[in-house]
Design a protein around this ligand. Structure first.
Ligand code: AMP
Length: 468
């Protein structure tokens, strides 16, 4: 049985650089927002693969400098992972690395394969023994079985069996393969550093290592790098691309360029459209940091209401924070955010965030802002109501837990205790994000519209996910 929910992940790869594993470490550092639970690096010295993986943040797992001499060689791939629902387990840490008839191969995956359970069932029936609960493992089992001569052919054969969202990097002793699914759900960018090719989930990783951004890997494109250079293939039939709009709303870093646009500007545009759709008389616009900041700036610019920092974030709250059991319980959001009374007291406040999932964050923050003396609180959300789970790699809870799937906006407004609540409309979202530059497709907005561009089997697991 696979993980119930998808992983949020980041991938990185570099081929042909003497400091490959060090640069991968830095790249993962820049991608840490895409996954904080575990991480790993696999390097190749041309003859063997070397791995180090562990639970925790990049800085914790790669604390020991001597690791980098062990992760020797001029090519490497890396992964950061975040998964929910119980299987936060060392065995699921990526890159997955295996030895098989043709040598060694490692793979790092961002996304989610929607028919992985089905494929796994078949593989198990024919004798495969799985060692992880991750959907990604089916890829290496399939790779061990396909007969084609070249690595490019073998990888494309394998990827014709699976469906869903994948931005992948594979590493063998002598090759690096980067591939994006035909819909292009997850981002993947190509760059160059000192003559070496580099791949990353987001361009912010290139900025840190001072790599030159070349272009995005195209949806459905497979790039193979070897000592002979770069070769590009399009092994799949043409599909209209549907990159994930939630990357622009919440997931990607605002300084990254993905799907043809810098995330920061797109988020500001969401705020601008939101201000036109849900105008209100107010004294101040404040973001919920950090996720609401660019949209709040856009809302303030469009409405002419001043932008202020009304909530200050403590940046040092780690994932391991343990709440004291007795006297001072229920810190909740208070440990992370504190209101600035001077900004809020006696004011009509517009509070901007990117999304409401279960509604608990908004409810707590509104209580906090009210306690700091706000006269009115108008909650504005820079995306439509999140009513449907994601099956393509964003971690969302079951439908039951998504407050918008069973409550109207007015009911949510009452629950979170705001004076008014406005969500960006689906049309407004589509207008603000524009068409992706690649192939004239449109974004996947299944989490808002319920329209899933890649179908999945009606498995028992899906009904547990609350879809059927
Ligand atoms: P909730 O309290 O469940 O309504 O969560 C809302 C908060 O979670 C918002 O501030 C969002 O920025 C953030 N958020 C939205 N989607 C995700 C996600 N997939 N993973 C982690 N946080 C998220």
């Amino acid at each position: 049985m696979f993980d119930k929910f998808q992983d949020e992940c980041g991938v990185f790869g570099i081929f042909g650089h003497p400091e490959a594993s060090n640069l991968t470490y830095l790249g993962l550092y820049a991608l840490q927002h895409r996954g904080q639970e575990s991480c790993g690096i696999v390097s190749s010295d041309g003859g063997n693969l070397h791995a180090h993986r562990g639970m925790g943040l990049v800085a914790d797992v790669f604390r020991d400098e001597s690791l980098f001499s062990r992760l020797c060689g001029s090519s490497s791939i890396g992964h950061v992972r975040y998964s929910t629902a119980g299987t936060s387990d060392l065995k699921n840490v990526q890159p997955i690395m295996v030895d098989y008839l043709r040598g060694s191969i490692a793979v790092a995956h961002n996304g989610n394969l929607v028919n992985a359970q089905e494929v796994r069932n078949e593989l198990e029936l024919s004798g495969s023994i799985f060692s992880t609960t991750s959907d990604t493992e089916v890829l290496v089992h399939l790779l061990a079985r396909v007969q084609a001569d070249s690595l490019a052919e073998r990888v494309s054969e394998v990827l014709k069996v699976v469906r869903g969202a994948y931005s992948l990097v594979f590493l063998t002793e002598t090759r690096l393969v980067a591939v994006r699914d035909p819909n292009g759900f997850r981002p993947l960018v190509l760059g160059k550093l000192d003559g070496a090719y580099v791949f990353a989930s987001e361009s912010c990783a290139f900025d840190l290592i001072e790599a030159e951004f070349i272009r995005e890997v195209e949806p459905g494109e497979m790039i193979v790098i070897s000592k002979d250079g770069l070769q590009s293939y399009h092994p799949f039939g043409k599909v209209t691309p549907t990159p994930c709009v939630f990357e622009h709303i919440y997931f990607a870093r605002p300084d990254s360029i993905i799907f043809g646009r810098q995330v920061y500007g797109v988020r500001k545009e969401f705020g601008r459209v939101l201000a036109r759709e849900f105008a209100v008389d107010a004294d101040v616009v404040i973001p919920i940091p950090d996720s609401g900041v660019p949209a709040a700036i856009g809302y303030a610019e469009e409405s002419g209401i001043p932008f202020q920092l009304g909530l200050i974030r403590n940046h040092y709250v780690g994932r391991t924070f343990i709440e004291p059991q007795q006297s001072i319980r229920h810190f909740g959001v208070k440990i992370k955010l504190n209101p600035v009374r001077e900004v809020i007291e006696g004011k009509r406040v517009v509070v901007v965030d990117d999304s409401i999932v279960r509604g608990t964050t908004a409810r707590k923050i509104i209580k906090m802002v009210r306690a700091a003396g706000a006269r009115e609180i108008h909650m504005r959300i820079s995306s439509p109501p999140t009513s449907f789970p994601c099956y393509y790699g964003i971690d969302t809870p079951t439908r039951k837990e998504l407050i918008s799937s069973s409550h109207t906006v007015e009911e949510i407004n009452r629950y979170i205790t705001s004076d008014s609540l406005g969500y960006l409309s689906l049309e407004g979202l589509r207008e603000a994000v524009g068409d992706p530059s690649i192939g004239g497709g449109h974004f996947c907005d299944a989490c808002f519209s319920g329209y899933y561009p890649v179908k999945f089997p009606r498995l028992k697991a899906d009904s547990q996910l609350g879809l059927f």
